[in-house]
Design a protein around this ligand. Structure first.
Ligand code: AMP
Length: 294
């Protein structure tokens, strides 16, 4: 059998092929270690690193993958300008006690002749699925590949991408992929803005407006939780508040149930308020839990 390739960035071991990734993970499993996988698109921030920390709490080893997946971007999306900083990411991963970086190229993930994709169901059709056609099929396909490539015991995903977390749960369950999916709470800037690689696109004036998204979600959840307003009125008020704050376009603000992410008319059970809104050419998403009154 071939030996593990010895590439390193700083102190971090890096592999770029499925075969090398599997050799590392198999060796750890043979030694009795459990393994967590943290799939990312890089440009790492404290939100990503919280997933690594959670992975290391649950498992002996953590692998982080960095792959900016072209198939989950639409034709007008930000694939080409998406931030990339492998050396900076590697330094952060060393400090987070990551054991291995998996950074495949597009040719490794989608070799010539690639043809098989994952189709996502109803849970991927609304909300972001409606505004970003094909996005969740791209996510489900690449995540399925990463999970099968790594053969890890646990994979960590952020609640920041709440619908994505649901799509992945559904996918793993439907395709009998033997892995535990761990959801990790959203990490925020001190002013409440959910950390995101895309925050780097914001101009200083836009950055000043951006925390209004989380402020609106929190106050809406509180008012709904106190039974002060109907869901319909709260959603209308929320959109008006975002526009007043300076958001240029609102894709959606919706209160949904936490099983199927279907719209709730009344908060009579635990729900989630999800929103997507634009500041110029940058699209921000966020979500918070909402609990029934009393
Ligand atoms: P991305 O690199 O944006 O594709 O994100 C990779 C993973 O990090 C996904 O599971 C995201 O949900 C998660 N993530 C991104 N931002 C945050 C955040 N602020 N807090 C927690 N997890 C996050």
């Amino acid at each position: 059998m071939k030996r593990n390739s010895g590439e390193k960035i700083g102190k971090l071991a890096v592999v770029r092929t499925v075969a090398d990734l599997r050799r590392h993970v198999a060796a750890w499993h043979r030694a009795g270690d459990t393994v967590a996988l943290v799939p990312t698109m890089g440009a790492l921030h404290a939100g990503h690193l919280a997933l690594v920390t959670r992975g290391k709490e649950l498992c002996d080893r953590a692998v982080v993958s960095i792959f900016v997946n072209p198939t989950q971007f639409g034709p007008n999306d930000d694939f080409t300008r998406y931030p990339r900083d492998e050396a900076g990411d590697a330094a952060k991963l060393v400090r987070s006690r990551c054991d291995l970086l998996y950074a495949p190229g597009v040719g490794e993930m989608y070799p010539a002749g690639f043809a098989t994709t994952v189709t996502t169901g109803a849970i991927a059709e609304r909300l972001d699925g409606h505004f970003r056609p094909g996005h969740f099929a791209g996510v489900a396909t690449v995540v399925t590949k990463l999970l099968l490539q790594a053969q890890a015991d646990v994979a960590c995903f952020g609640e920041k991408d709440y619908q994505q977390l649901h799509v992945i749960h559904r996918c793993v369950c439907d395709l009998d992929i033997a892995i535990h999916i761990e959801g990790v709470p959203t990490v925020r800037e001190p002013d409440g803005l959910a950390m995101s690689s895309r925050n780097a696109y914001l101009t200083p004036p836009q950055r000043a407006i951006a925390p209004a998204l989380h402020r609106m979600l929190r106050s809406t959840a509180e008012r709904l939780g106190r039974g002060e307003t109907s869901v319909a009125a709260a959603m209308e008020a929320a959109i008006a508040e975002l526009l007043r704050a300076g958001f240029s376009k609102i894709d959606y603000v919706e209160t949904c149930d936490v099983q199927m992410l279907l719209p709730l008319d009344r908060v009579d059970r635990p729900g989630r308020i999800l929103a997507a809104a634009w500041l110029g050419t940058t699209r921000l998403i966020d979500n918070v839990p909402v609990l029934p009154a009393g």
